[in-house]
Write a protein that binds this ligand. Structure first.
Ligand SMILES: NC(=O)c1ccc[n+]([C@@H]2O[C@H](COP(=O)([O-])OP(=O)(O)OC[C@H]3O[C@@H](n4cnc5c(N)ncnc54)[C@H](OP(=O)(O)O)[C@@H]3O)[C@@H](O)[C@H]2O)c1
Length: 247
């Protein structure tokens, strides 16, 4: 398929998991992709595999100047920008009572402030092309009661949800979409979590019915994101949460 022919897309969070799968899926459907994240060697290796029409754009989204530079590099390297996809995320496993100031700052910087600064920089280019901005959020921002252990994550993703709505209220030349995703395997999201604490908390989430006994593959989430970008209409909100049938 070549549904993304002519599209010039910045994907932030493109070195692993959902972002990497999305960059690959967009490229396979004809888009030119600027892959962005912190790990330069991974970005370079992926661009080498995907082809020279794609570019690597190193960026730590906690650095405001780096965000501006990343958008400028993407626009220069791709010859414009039609779409922006934000998949970077930070998920700390911690009770609220134990959360450190550093953990709070990191959660807000990566899940809220970074995507907004990148959006600000990308906006004139997206508006020119009547483009789209997609942000990956999480079912954990809506779970009732909140999942124990994910307070920083769910609070900052809930802030992201409202931020996206505010962007759309202010800007009508760009279509903004929040994509709420259920649990997804084969990503690096939990790579820094303590294994024993993770085992215990996941058993609790399963017992409370949060995981529905299912997780998704990043490639399936990526397909959904590409489908959303291929639609002529912007949907403000989309949800992809695994359910039935049992495999
Ligand atoms: N996995 C799940 O179960 C799940 C469920 C619901 C929602 N989500 C959401 O889906 C999105 C993707 O998650 P994932 O599971 O695919 O996680 P992942 O494999 O850990 O990918 C996260 C990506 O974000 C990048 N990143 C992290 N910190 C960054 C920073 N400071 N600056 C720039 N890039 C940064 C990472 O690259 P570098 O380390 O190279 O910078 C990586 O490419 C996240 O927003 C997450 O909240 C995930």
């Amino acid at each position: 398929m070549s549904r993304m022919n002519g599209r010039q897309i910045l994907v932030v969070g493109a070195t692993s998991g959902i972002g990497l799968a999305t960059a690959r899926a967009l490229a396979s459907e004809g888009a030119r992709v600027a892959l962005s994240a912190r790990r330069v060697e991974k970005l370079d290796a992926e661009v080498a595999a995907l082809g020279a029409q794609h570019i690597a754009v190193p960026c730590d989204v906690r650095d405001a100047e780096a965000c501006k530079r990343a958008v400028a590099q993407a626009v220069d390297g791709l010859g414009g920008l039609t779409d922006f996809v934000y998949t970077a995320g930070s998920a700390t496993l911690s009770n609220v009572a134990d959360a450190t100031p550093e953990q709070w700052h990191q959660a807000f910087e990566i899940n809220v402030v970074g995507p907004s600064l990148l959006t600000s920089a990308a906006l004139p280019h997206l508006a020119k092309s009547r483009g789209r901005a997609l942000y990956v959020s999480t079912v954990a921002s809506e779970d009732r009661p909140p999942r124990r252990g994910l307070a920083l994550y769910s609070a900052t993703k809930a802030a992201l949800n409202r931020l996206i709505e505010s962007w759309q209220e202010e800007e009508r030349a760009v279509g903004f979409t929040r994509v709420t995703i259920g649990d997804t395997h084969a990503t690096e999201m939990a790579k820094d979590w303590d294994p024993a604490a993770t085992g215990e908390i996941v058993r609790e989430w399963v017992a409370k019915g949060f995981l529905y006994g299912r997780t998704m593959a990043p490639e399936d989430v990526a397909l959904h994101l590409v489908d959303l970008l291929a639609l002529r209409e912007t949907v403000p909100f989309s949800s992809l949460i695994p359910r039935y049938p049992e495999p």
